[in-house]
Each structure stands twice: as C-alpha cells, then as structure tokens.
Design a protein around this ligand. Structure first.
Ligand SMILES: Nc1ncnc2c1ncn2[C@@H]1O[C@H](COP(=O)(O)OP(=O)(O)OP(=O)(O)O)[C@@H](O)[C@H]1O
Ligand SMILES: [Mg+2]
Length: 466
C-alpha cells in the first residue's frame, strides 16, 4: 500500500497554478500574445495530436490536414494545457479519440519512445458547453468539499471543478483499493489517467459490451459490482451517482469503476437518492442478463450498514460473498412493487434532519428515516439500530402483517417500536387486554388499508403516468 500511497500522494491538484496562468494568458480575452502563443503550440504539437477516432493499431498521422481538425476540436486553452502535459514528458502524442460523450471526449495518449515511458493513458477533456451544466449543478451544490465553488454559471470555472471532482474521487477509489484507472495528472479540465486496454491500443470493453461466458460469470460480475458499491460507500465515503454498465469496464477479467465526476459524499442531500438509483440501474442490467437479483432495500442495507450491524468483515471477500449468498433473491414481480415503493420513499437521514413539514407525517408513520428504512422486523439488528429512531406507528404488529401504505401512497415504515423491556413482567390479564386492544386496532386499520392490487395499480399508474 505504501507504494500505492507514494504513487498517488504526489498527485496534488495544482489547479491554482493553472488558474493564475489561465487568468493572465486566457486567449478568451483574445489578446494578441495568446493567439501567437497558440500558433506556436500548434506549430510544435499540432501534428502529434490526432483527434480522429482511434483505429486498431493506428499511428499518429503527420499530415497538415490533421492540424486543421485539431484546431477545430481543441480550443486554444485546451491546447495549452495539453502542451504542458506533453512538456512534462507524461505523453508525447495523442493517437485518437476513444469516446465522444455529452460531458467529455476521451483520447488515447502515449509516448513515441517506449524506452522513456511504455505506459498508455486515457486523456479525458471536459466540454464547457453550458447546456451540460444544468445537469451538473445538483451534484456540486451541497457537496461540502466544493462549498466555496462560486460563479457556477462561469463554464470555464465549473468545468475545472468538475474535472477536479473526478480526479479527487478517482484518487479516493484508487487509495480505497477499488479497481479503477490510476489518476495521473490534472491540468484544469484535462485529466490524464491509466488507460484500460485489451491490447493494440484498443480500450477494454464496458460491462455492457462484455461477452459473459455463462451464468456464473454474470453472477461473478454482479457480486463484484455490489462489493465495489459497498466499499465505495463505506471506505471511500462516495456514492457513484451514475453507476451503470456504461460506467464500468471489464479489464483483465476484473470489474473497474470509471466516470466518477458526479460522485458525491454520503452527506450530500441527495446521496441516498443517487444510491437508490445506482442500485436500480445495476439490478436492471443484471436482471436483463436473466439472473435473479436481490431486493433493492436489502442491497441498500448491504451497501450502507456497518460491518458490525451486518456481522461481516469487509476485508474478507469470502464473508462479503457469504452475506450476499444468504440474502433472499427477488422471486416475482410483486417485489418489483416493493422496490418501486422503496425508491419512492421520501428519505431523511435521521430524525434531526426531519423538516417541520415532515414531522406531522413522521408521527403518522408515513416518512421513513434512513435507519428504519433499511431494517425490517426480521433483521437481527432492527431493534438495535432503530430503537433510537423507532417509528411512531400506533400499534405493535405482532403478526406478519406486510408493510401497509397509508393514503398518501407513502411507504409506512415496517418497523414497529421495539417491545418495551418491562412488558415481560406485566400480569396475564393486562397482557391479554393489551393484545385484544391491539387486535381490534389492527382490524380497524385493515379496513382502511390499501389492498395489494390497488397498490399495484397505483404504482403502475405512476409508472405509465411518467
Ligand atoms: N481509463 C480508461 N481506459 C479505457 N477506456 C476509458 C477510460 N476512461 C473512459 N474510457 C472509455 O470512454 C468512455 C467515456 O468515458 P466516461 O464515461 O468517463 O466519460 P463521459 O463524459 O461520462 O462519457 P459519457 O457521457 O459517454 O458517459 C467510457 O465508457 C469508456 O468506454
Ligand atoms: Mg460516462
């Protein structure tokens, strides 16, 4: 690990140097000096940069025509940052583009002289188009680490923050031992990282394009994905927030996580919503591969709960696997409804995050708190971790009545308060009377309880109404 720390520790984000540099030189203010400077850079590097799509075994072309395209694709500022990266000796050329996304383009870079450096790099260059920003704000707002990000409307500043977020998040994953491209260098909105390749400069496939050998192979990658999600949350304190088969790569038969620019810390106001969406996306992909997946609520608990609560040791993949093996799989579509309800619950982190407006609904048991939500009566830990946050449901449910839904369509917490200790000393008659009263209350409640088929219709209506 020391070697790992060394290799990553020196990676300090030196965007400050850039920003001053950028302020002085910024060609956007069109001063003559910077235009001349750009000319010089293009002169020197233009023919070593190929922005066309990367072909198998393609070498960089030297022709002038290529320079024209470079000028179109890479603006002068980007060229300047690229020149710095080349000057630093990390790469000596860009061989082609491996992906053009809505947020960024990813290029393949390496060193012509393999004796100097035989590594290959992915160079991710972020776009500054405003329209992408709308989408990004919600991932930066509420992030403690980026609380001082001012002028979010300034695309150049925002794109730098976005690239810095990805760089820092990648570092956390890399240090946390989660397979991901090693972060190498960040210059403003240009991020250099390890290139995951299957040879001949070709990128290793996304999970979506991986040719699974058999069902065991599919289950293996499903488990690996879940291990990574838990480790990201527990060790790296990150929720990916855009996890899917598009943002994971199968490299050397292992699952790698990429594209962590939007990842947030668990304290982010929407972290738990993002996590539930990640769980849904992962489950959707693997169920399309025809394997039984786990209920989303149980996965949410698996990813977020401490080792103590789950009774596992995170350092043992065996124990993490055994825990999952013991979880009940989703059998039928009924549980799709449960998943849908789980996802629609308005989730507050804990009672002290409860807004005034929610308090009313909480006392009626129609808002779940994070702890309550992930536990049910069966789980051994239910009483332990939620006693502090037990819901105020009016009566104890002795029998296995399934979670009921009140008329707001909200999910009422399945958790009933842990039986007070003193009960075992109460006398027989009193206990009998209490049970009678509880039964009567339950009958009463059952009359207004939403029938399963109605719940289903309600959910479907919501679905089609989308
Ligand atoms: N380090 C890498 N090694 C190999 N391939 C990579 C690497 N990083 C990214 N890629 C490839 O480039 C694609 C886009 O990368 P990424 O998802 O990080 O960018 P993006 O801006 O989110 O693009 P998109 O909008 O398409 O998701 C990935 O799906 C992957 O195929
Ligand atoms: Mg992506």
């Amino acid at each position: 690990m020391a070697d790992l720390e060394e290799r990553v520790a020196h990676l300090e984000v030196d965007t400050d140097a850039e920003s001053s540099d950028e302020e002085v030189q910024g060609p956007s203010n069109g001063n003559v000096k910077s235009i001349k400077e750009t000319e010089k850079i293009l002169e020197k590097y233009g023919d070593r940069i190929n922005t066309g799509s990367l072909k198998k075994g393609q070498k960089v072309t030297k022709d002038k025509a290529n320079r024209a395209t470079v000028e179109q694709v890479l603006d002068p500022r980007t060229m300047r940052f690229l020149a710095k990266i080349i000057n630093k000796g990390i790469i000596s050329r860009i061989n082609g583009c491996i992906s053009t996304g809505k947020e960024a383009n990813v290029y393949h870079g390496d060193h012509e002289d393999k004796s100097i450096n035989d590594k290959e790099y992915a160079v991710k260059i972020y776009k500054t188009s405003i329209l992408v920003f709308k989408d990004r704000e919600r991932y930066v707002d509420g992030e403690f680490r980026f609380r001082n990000t001012k002028n979010q409307s300034n695309p150049r500043k925002m794109v730098k923050v976005w690239a810095e977020k990805e760089f820092r998040n990648l570092k956390r994953l890399y240090m946390g031992g989660i397979p991901c491209p090693e972060p190498v260098e960040l210059r403003s909105h240009v991020l250099v990282m390890e290139y995951l390749t299957k040879g001949e400069a070709q990128p290793s496939p996304k999970l979506r394009d991986h040719a699974f050998k058999d069902t065991d192979d599919i289950v293996k990658f499903y488990y690996e994905m879940l291990f990574h999600m838990r480790r990201m949350f527990r060790e790296c304190r990150l929720v990916h927030a855009d996890l899917s088969e598009y943002n994971s790569i199968v490299h050397n038969d292992k699952l790698y996580i990429i594209d962590v620019s939007q990842s947030v810390e668990p304290e982010h106001p929407m972290a738990l919503d993002f996590l539930r969406m990640d769980i849904k996306n992962v489950n959707d992909f693997f169920s399309r591969k025809k394997i039984n997946v786990f209920p989303e609520r149980l996965l949410f608990q698996y990813i977020t709960e401490s080792c103590k609560v789950l009774g596992i040791n995170d350092n043992s993949v065996e124990e993490m696997r055994r825990y999952l093996d013991a979880l009940p799989l989703k059998e039928d579509h009924d549980q799709d409804v449960e998943d849908e309800v789980f996802r629609s619950v308005h989730l507050v982190r804990s009672l002290n995050h409860l807004d005034e407006r929610d308090f009313e609904r909480f006392t009626q048991g129609s808002v779940a708190t994070f702890n309550e939500l992930v536990h049910d009566d069966e789980s051994p830990t239910g009483s332990e971790s939620s006693s502090s946050e037990s819901s105020a449901s009016e009566s104890e449910s002795d029998d296995e009545e399934e979670d009921s839904e009140d008329d707001t369509g909200e999910f009422t917490s399945p958790r009933s308060p842990a039986a007070p200790k003193g009960k075992k000393f109460e006398d027989k008659d009193e206990k009998k009377a209490r049970k009678e009263a509880a039964k009567a209350a339950k009958q009463e409640k059952r009359k207004t309880k939403m029938k399963k088929h109605v719940k289903k219709k309600l959910i479907n209506k919501r679905k089609t109404g989308k």
